[in-house]
Design a binder for this molecule. Structure first.
Ligand code: DX5
Ligand code: ZN
Length: 216
């Protein structure tokens, strides 16, 4: 599976959001990651559907990561806003299957995410229904945290469980040091916030992380 880096706008300068996204798109980004936080599932608040809508005219996949309780209640509004992929956490609802079906019926790619303490087996009944699996490599809720080293073993076990054709996203602390080992473990989509938008030249930083991940 082709490896790609998905810059996460959580670390972008929101006063210049479209300009910053333009820089990484011009550098070759095909996927832009949007982190939605509700102050309940995670303690922090971030953004809502309007942030997705603000980017919908870029020729990219908008990868929307819902860190919210009962995400199934919000699928329709994010689909309407222009999401390409909608990712729900398996810990955020007792109805993961329903949420995944709702995403698919809304015409989007469905993804499921796991926090660091959730075992890979939590996906075994849903893996055939999803376009992507997102392995949190930090605890969700904040950008700029250090990569959890035990994630590498988990990524390899996830890849074995889901097979070669499902996107395996890694999210949290992905930079020039950690992208390569994650790629070797089986990751295909590398979410990168601070390492891209925390750099004064996000386009150049995108190239550096993409090369460390072995993207072609
Ligand atoms: C964390 C978010 C991440 C975040 C990653 O809860 O899901 O997508 O933007 O940020 P960095 O790359 O700074 O760790
Ligand atoms: Zn994320």
């Amino acid at each position: 599976m082709r490896r790609r880096v998905a810059p996460s706008i959580l670390a972008a300068d929101f006063g210049r959001l479209r300009e910053q996204v333009r820089e990484v798109v011009d550098a070759g980004a095909e996927v832009i990651h949007v982190d939605i936080m509700d102050g309940h599932f995670v303690p922090t608040l971030s953004m809502g559907p309007k942030a997705v809508e603000a980017l919908r005219d870029f020729d990219v996949l908008l990868d929307v990561h819902l860190m919210v309780e009962r995400p199934e209640r919000h699928v329709a509004e994010f689909a309407r806003a222009g999401a390409s992929t909608i990712i729900v956490h398996v810990e955020s609802t007792p109805h993961v299957h329903y949420a995944v079906q709702a995403v698919r019926e809304a015409g989007c790619n469905a993804g499921v995410a796991l926090t660091p303490s959730t075992p890979v087996e939590a996906l075994s009944e849903i893996r055939g229904d999803v376009w992507s699996v997102l392995c949190m490599t930090v605890n969700p809720g904040w950008g700029g945290q250090a990569f959890i080293p035990a994630s590498l073993d988990k990524i390899a076990r996830l890849r074995a469980l889901i097979g070669p054709d499902v996107e395996l996203e890694v999210d949290g602390g992905i930079d020039v040091q950690t992208a390569g080992p994650c790629a070797e473990a089986g990751a295909s989509l590398f979410v990168a916030g601070t390492s891209v938008f925390g750099n004064p030249d996000p386009g150049q930083a995108f190239h550096v992380v993409a090369s460390a991940a072995g993207c072609s």
